[in-house]
Design a protein around this ligand. Sequence first.
Ligand code: DGP
Length: 115
Amino acid sequence: MPIDCLFCKIVAGEIPVEFVYESDTVVAFRDINPQAPTHVLVIPREHISTINDLSVEDEVLVGSLYTAAREIAVAEGIADAGYRTVMNCNEGAGQSVFHIHLHVLGGRPMNWPPG
Ligand code: DGP
């Protein structure tokens, strides 16, 4: 685990956060700065810094982020109305925590294109 990774500390339980979903490979919790009525972050337990660091061995793990998102959307009651999943890569795209995470946003209309 990288010494200063905030999300690794959350996975390890060093920073108390309520998980809205957890499995052997991923956990999910509410964003501290929500941009929609539902704003959940789904992260792998394993540290991966950015999308650029993914390898073919991670394909199942990345898929599990999405199946978690689907379950969360159902539990949050936003699956039918629609929701957005976003994973930012590097600063230029707005990534601020360098442990990959899938944003799950819903509960309001979503605009396109995103800002
Ligand atoms: P991004 O900008 O794509 O790297 O998203 C990082 C998100 O992480 C951002 O929306 C705010 C959220 N976040 C940062 N620190 C914490 C924290 O300590 N707890 C929680 N729950 N969310 C955090």
